[in-house]
Write a protein that binds this ligand. Structure first.
Ligand SMILES: Cc1cc2nc3c(=O)[nH]c(=O)nc-3n(C[C@H](O)[C@H](O)[C@H](O)COP(=O)(O)OP(=O)(O)OC[C@H]3O[C@@H](n4cnc5c(N)ncnc54)[C@H](O)[C@@H]3O)c2cc1C
Length: 464
């Protein structure tokens, strides 16, 4: 009998015929080697916090939940090695006990390290050197689609490691990964609100160039630039400030957005109250600006969403834009969102995020492979998925037309034409590699089958 597997916000449901929770590498091999008992597609699944059906299968799903052991922390080599099912927040706690932290302390604490090693996970604030978590993976061990053991590292087959960092579970199940780490850092965040209609490209460049790490929050037509600055010590208020910040993000914004949409069915009233909520949010950011910002230890950025009630859950989409085109794209996005609201009555009920991420060629599908990017991430606590999903599809058209770059696990309803336009030749190269690595399509689910591309035969060669 099939079990149901549901993603974080309940928008994606999978009913695999076999859902297995292996505790050893041999058990993973046994699944991949036995198509009669474990029908394809075989998909690895971590915490299923993805926003696309990338991990879904109606054949077999391998949950990594029981592969949850930290193998070693090596303070001399500055690395952490863990099994694929360890959650980021657990690994972060273990590192902290030794005065260490990940290179990039992302918000999402419940992502598993197997997924982190091979997906598009990123952070703007802590992306001092690179923003993508997989860029700091120095070694990956996995079980291939045929059930064999494989391994690649920076010293032994770096070219294969570059492919695996983008593999999204298409070329094997990662059972162990090693990440670079560093001594724990205290950071200070400053907040700079600016009316979007007054902003100039020169100002945006100044914010970007003067930031170690940068995200921006757009509330109504105000952009708040949040900059990261490394400091020596967090000060006495550090832990209180980080707890308050976690609580606000994990509960406050999404919960209020959800509540307003749930309770107020009259659109005029709902829009007015939502406008009031956005005024309060803007006031909070202005207060943070006046008081000089907040200070915390970098790992305190990471949030454990395990206890989040349904009413405080949110979802988002993410498309990146070359930094020089971001301001123009953001202004156009705000106009697009107004027009969409006029036509459908739908508007996102949370601030729109933006992550600055440095140029980075560590993975074949790095979305900043060719240039530094700044993103546009509409965020929403949904009470009506049909409305939210219609918005997401319209936003995809908007972002695609403006040269945006989508992510495979964080841009819902992504299509092949989006991937081809955004990743160009690298998408075709990746598609070829997936077919070569898994010729029988043992791990290829419907989602990825609809996305992978094939190079058209060269007509000159065929006729010649
Ligand atoms: C509330 C919330 C906040 C978020 N915040 C952020 C954020 O700050 N930054 C960010 O980048 N993302 C964020 N995300 C998105 C999320 O972090 C990523 O989608 C992440 O990859 C999810 O990890 P997971 O363990 O749940 O992977 P899953 O969703 O379970 O799987 C993701 C993909 O990885 C593959 N996979 C999983 N485990 C393995 C393995 N062991 N071997 C091979 N393949 C594997 C799956 O097949 C699938 O293709 C957020 C999501 C939510 C819901």
């Amino acid at each position: 009998m099939s079990e149901t597997f549901v993603n974080y916000d309940g928008s994606i449901t999978a009913s695999p015929r076999q859902l297995v929770r292996p505790e050893s590498v041999e058990e993973i091999q046994a699944v991949l080697r036995d198509p009669a008992r474990y029908p394809g597609p075989v998909r690895a699944v971590g915490s299923y916090h993805s926003l696309t059906p990338c991990a879904s299968s109606d054949g077999a799903m391998i949950s990594t939940a029981r592969l949850n052991r930290i193998v070693s922390i090596d303070p001399a080599a500055m690395t952490l090695t863990a099994q694929g099912g360890v959650q980021f927040i657990e690994a972060s706690r273990a590192l902290r006990e030794q005065g260490l932290q990940f290179m990039t302390n992302i918000e999402i604490g419940n992502m598993t390290l197997g997924s982190a090693a091979c997906c598009h996970t990123k952070d703007g604030l802590d992306g001092v050197e690179y923003g993508q978590v997989s860029s700091y993976v120095t070694r990956i061990k996995w079980v291939t689609p045929a059930g064999e053991l494989a391994e690649a590292s920076e010293s032994d087959n770096p070219a294969l490691l570059r492919m695996m960092r983008s593999s999204h579970g298409l070329c094997g199940v990662i059972y162990e990964a090693t990440f670079r780490v560093k001594p724990i850092e205290a950071v200070h965040f400053t907040y700079h609100p600016r009316p979007v209609d007054e902003l100039t490209q020169a100002e945006v460049d100044e914010y970007i160039d003067s930031s170690e790490g940068l995200v921006a929050w757009t509330v109504g037509r105000t952009v708040v630039f949040q900059q990261r600055h490394k400091i020596d010590k967090p000060g006495v208020l550090g832990s209180l400030q980080s707890a308050l910040r976690r609580r606000l993000w994990n509960f406050g914004d999404a919960h209020v957005g959800h509540l307003v949409d749930e309770l107020l069915r009259n659109q005029t009233l709902r829009d007015a109250v939502r406008g009031g909520v956005f005024d309060v949010t803007r006031f909070l950011y202005s207060t943070l600006h006046l008081f000089g910002g907040i200070t915390l230890l970098a790992p305190d950025k990471t949030i454990d969403y395990r206890g989040t009630p349904a009413s405080a859950k949110y979802a988002f989409t993410f498309w990146a834009f070359p930094r020089g085109r971001w301001l123009e794209a953001l202004r156009a996005y705000l106009d697009f969102a107004d027009e969409h609201h006029k036509q459908t009555g739908f508007r996102c009920n949370m601030p729109c995020g933006a992550y600055r991420v440095h140029k980075d060629t560590h993975g074949i599908l790095s979305y900043t492979h060719d240039q530094e990017t700044f993103s546009i991430d509409p965020i929403h606590a949904s009470t009506n998925d049909a409305d939210w999903h219609r918005f997401l599809r319209a936003f995809n058209d908007f972002a695609h037309q403006r040269g945006g770059i989508p992510l495979l696990n964080q841009s819902p309803f992504v299509e092949r034409k989006h991937m081809e336009a955004a990743y160009g030749d690298r998408w075709f190269e990746f598609s070829d590699w997936v077919r070569k690595s898994d010729p029988a399509g043992r791990m290829l689910n419907e989602f990825f089958a609809g996305l992978l591309s094939e190079r058209k035969a060269d007509p000159a060669r065929v006729s010649g």
